[in-house]
Design a protein around this ligand. Structure first.
Ligand code: KOT
Length: 835
């Protein structure tokens, strides 16, 4: 308020207020202005990167105008906001999405042509913003897009990592990690050096009693690090709403940067302190579905949670409301347990700093937070050691103990005879050392807990969180099945498919109301439409084939089936099952006569995905895939019947190229282990069919599109436990086709057998935890069904069109609506013209 211009000087502001461009000519003017002045280049010195930069800067101006308006509107309206806390936002590229959302892509396309460039080339200059590992981070990015599109007053809060997920290179068949320094030119962020929060670590807690005998705690000493805000505009599709993603960057505190040391000649150690502070936000932890309990990770979490809570509370306090209104103004969604410390921090701020009573504060806290669980894998469930928290966050540990005490007392009152129950549900695990169970803390501190697909939400209620259902009742637990944004995953990834859908439906409303796709069913028999549909798939495959040739030198025929499995490499996702299937196919071809080969089904098997750098088995699987590819692709007997390709450095922008080119994609996790998965949605939405297990969202996809249109196989989640049990008790023997695959690997035809012995042993000798041997035969049979089905192209196309038509449910817009109505209790705030 202090910085606002007095009323009688505002006339000049209104007169000169920026408007941004509205058409092709104005776009050209703005882009050229940026190239010539902001970048100091000229028409004699403008490569594609400079053209990208100029275009991006022009669009950035456009975004900023809507963004400022939206923020002002949200401030004045003063209604409830939601804050989405996520350690990962896997945004990918921004320019294309910005062009679409502000409705000026055609203007830019024509303008760039005038200036001597092709829009596709310009778009592909952009470096992915890859501040995430996989599904969890990409989901957060889709949710931001949907929240803005639906006009919800919503902010994202995350960390501004200097290095995102590493770049993967394949050298001699092995994954090598290269740092992803992505900030050289990032026009999409705005540093807010004026928005800086002091963050405290270490130190001690001093207790004292005030004159009324009330006891207080003060956290003193330790060190201070600054959190600096960097803001990223998030435009909605065809709406003036542009929300904010605030990413925190760590910096040595101005107070802390030790001038004493600096002056007394200890220059180096003073700079070292500064570097230590900057380390906090330096790098994204590259583990998906794994937590390793490292101190720096805990520091990242607490740094980001404290800064975000400070910011949220400061904004609330500006409204001069009473604390009892906090939950009418603020909802905070925790993306997994990574931000659970925000619960503790809000309680600390309310009690220690704002002076509220414990009970009043706790009511506010639980009314504010809700928690999304994304995994049941035990190795991914966060636990932090008590000594670690004690040292880094002494006051927070006290508060955690107090929360636990109150919770256990409540449980004891309700279940007086059940000591075992108390031990099981305690937030503190009585191990050596003691551990804080973050998921339990998140449940106790939230009013709603949700899973990400129906099966998963049922599983958490009956397994890992069973006791909490007994304690709180079933209504605290709910399901929101994941979705994806159709703006990126249909329109942007597959512009031509989007175009013919638009032509058939008479407009592009389906991009914001995806259920409209169901009208496509009226056109399944439309000959011209089917023909175009097939041509588009073919063109997308040609594009991928060219990419594969350029990247790997492998020639693939776009006329044959493209089978794709792209996602993080993980044993539970079972890329090993896929490669065993490929080897089986190879052996089958090898055993055929040349005559038989002439009638066999040709296929290209495409893999892609990163392994966590320390995940030895996953890296081994990548090596096996590449070794098999090397042999198969160079075998004269095989020719074009089978090609195996590993796509290096799978990321969001590669996904946008891969899914439109997939005839079939694989989602073959061990049942009960993939919480949802979201790439199956991307596969179907881009006119590919699925082979999948009865796991995660596959089950709901099957229900929506019809069992006839999906290839399901394998064990059911309910049988997994018994099968694992059986493995450990009976002598687990491998036979039949899988044995032949193992014999082939052991024979050394794909390279030294010892290289791959661990992959084989995991199945044959070590209990086959992921049930590869149980599912192998049905997997192979299902692949044979797919071969046969693909031969009938007419049926295949019918299945594809029907499936796309029935995918409306899987838009992230529907997810956000469900969260808004049943968890956050917030209303949209449309811009005036859209009201
Ligand atoms: C856990 C710990 C660290 C980093 C990531 C995770 C993680 C990722 N936990 N679950 N996920 C995935 O989240 C996706 C979005 O909900 C799901 O579709 C997917 O099944 C999870 O594996």
């Amino acid at each position: 308020v202090e910085a606002s211009i007095p009323e009688n000087q505002r006339e000049a502001w209104r007169k000169h207020s920026a408007h941004g461009f509205e058409n092709k000519d104005e776009f050209e003017k703005e882009a050229v202005r940026h190239i010539e002045t902001t970048l100091a280049r000229s028409l004699f010195n403008c490569d594609e990167l400079a053209a990208y930069s100029g275009t991006a800067l022009a669009f950035r101006d456009r975004l900023v105008i809507d963004w400022n308006r939206t923020q002002q509107r949200q401030t004045f309206a003063d209604q409830k906001r939601v804050y989405y806390l996520s350690l990962e936002f896997l945004m990918g590229r921004t320019l294309d999405n910005a062009m679409l959302n502000v409705g000026l892509k055609d203007a830019a396309k024509d303008g760039l042509t005038d200036l001597g460039f092709r829009i596709e080339d310009i778009i592909s200059q952009e470096h992915d913003a890859a501040l995430g590992n996989g599904g969890l981070g990409r989901l957060a990015a889709c949710f931001l897009d949907s929240m803005a599109t639906l006009n919800y007053p919503a902010w994202g809060y995350g960390l501004r990592y200097r290095y995102g997920i590493f770049k993967q290179e394949i050298m001699d068949g092995y994954q090598v990690e290269i740092p992803d320094y992505w900030l050289d030119f990032n026009p999409w962020e705005f540093p807010r050096h004026d928005i800086t929060v002091d963050i405290q670590f270490y130190g001690y807690v001093r207790k004292y009693q005030d004159d009324d005998g009330k006891s207080h705690a003060v956290w003193e000493g330790g060190e201070i690090v600054d959190a600096v805000a960097y803001d990223v505009p998030i435009p909605g599709y065809k709406t003036g709403t542009t929300n904010n993603l605030r990413l925190w960057s760590s910096k040595a505190s101005r107070g802390e940067f030790d001038f004493q040391k600096f002056n007394s000649g200890e220059y180096e150690s003073s700079v070292a302190d500064q570097q230590r502070a900057e380390t906090i936000s330096a790098v994204l932890y590259p583990n998906d579905n794994l937590e390793r309990g490292k101190e720096l990770r805990l520091k990242q979490q607490s740094f980001w949670c404290s800064a975000s809570i400070y910011d949220i509370v400061r904004r609330f306090k500006k409204s001069k409301r009473s604390w009892s209104e906090f939950t009418d103004q603020v909802a905070i969604q925790l993306n997994d347990t990574h931000p659970t410390l925000a619960i503790v921090e809000l309680q600390r701020v309310l009690v220690d700093i704002e002076g509220l009573d414990w009970e009043d504060a706790w009511k506010i806290v639980t009314g504010t937070f809700s928690y999304t669980n994304h995994t049941v894998l035990p190795e991914a469930l966060e636990k932090w050691s008590v000594p670690l928290i004690q040292n880094l966050l002494p006051r927070h540990l006290q508060i955690i103990y107090e929360i636990n005490l109150q919770f256990l007392q409540m449980v004891e009152r309700r279940f007086p005879q059940d000591r075992e129950m108390l031990r099981r549900v305690s937030i503190i695990e009585e191990s050596q050392p003691k551990m804080v169970r973050m998921a339990y803390l998140a449940i106790v501190g939230s009013h709603k807990v949700n899973g990400v697909a129906e099966l998963h939400s049922d599983l958490i209620k009956t397994t890992i969180f069973k006791d909490f259902v007994t304690i709180y009742g079933p209504d605290k637990f709910t399901n929101v099945t994941n979705g994806v944004t159709p703006r990126r995953w249909l329109n942007q990834a597959n512009p031509r498919l989007s175009e013919i859908i638009k032509a058939k439906l008479g407009g592009d409303e389906f991009l914001s109301d995806l259920n409209l796709l169901n009208q496509l069913e009226n056109f399944v028999d439309d000959k011209a439409f089917r023909k175009e549909w097939a041509e588009i798939k073919y063109a997308n495959k040609v594009r991928l084939a060219q990419f594969i040739m350029a990247q790997t030198g492998v020639s693939v025929n776009p006329k044959v089936m493209f089978d794709i499995q792209v996602k993080r490499i993980h044993e539970y996702k079972r890329q090993q099952l896929n490669i065993f299937g490929v080897i089986h196919r190879y052996l089958t071809i090898k055993n055929m006569t040349p005559e038989e080969r002439k009638t066999y089904y040709p296929k290209v098997s495409i893999f892609g995905g990163k392994s966590a750098p320390g995940y030895w088995m996953a890296k081994n699987i990548i090596h096996l895939v590449n070794s098999v590819a090397q042999v198969v692709n160079n075998d004269k007997d095989v020719g074009n019947l089978l090609k195996v390709v590993f796509i290096e450095d799978y990321n969001v922008s590669k996904a946008e190229m891969l899914f439109p080119a997939a005839d079939i994609s694989q989602h073959i996790s061990c049942a009960g282990m993939e919480a949802s998965g979201t790439s199956q949605i991307k596969g179907v939405l881009n006119a590919g069919l699925l082979i999948g297990t009865c796991d995660g969202a596959n089950i709901e996809v099957a229900r929506e599109i019809g069992e006839d249109n999906i290839f399901l196989f394998g064990t059911l989640a309910e049988d997994v436990e018994d099968l694992r049990h059986a493995h450990s008790y009976s002598q687990h023997s491998i036979d039949g086709d899988l044995l032949k695959v193992f014999d082939a690997i052991n024979s050394g035809i794909f390279g030294d057998r010892n290289s791959f012995s661990a992959i084989v042993s995991a199945v044959a000798d070590h209990g086959d935890y992921y049930l590869v041997s149980d599912d192998f035969n049905s997997y192979i049979k299902t692949q044979a069904l797919i071969d046969e089905a693909y031969k009938n192209q007419e049926d295949w196309i019918t299945k594809c069109i029907t499936s796309v038509a029935r995918m409306g449910f899987f838009t992230s817009d529907r997810c956000i609506q469900e969260y808004a109505e049943s968890i956050w209790n917030i209303e949209p705030l449309p811009p005036a013209s859209k009201a």
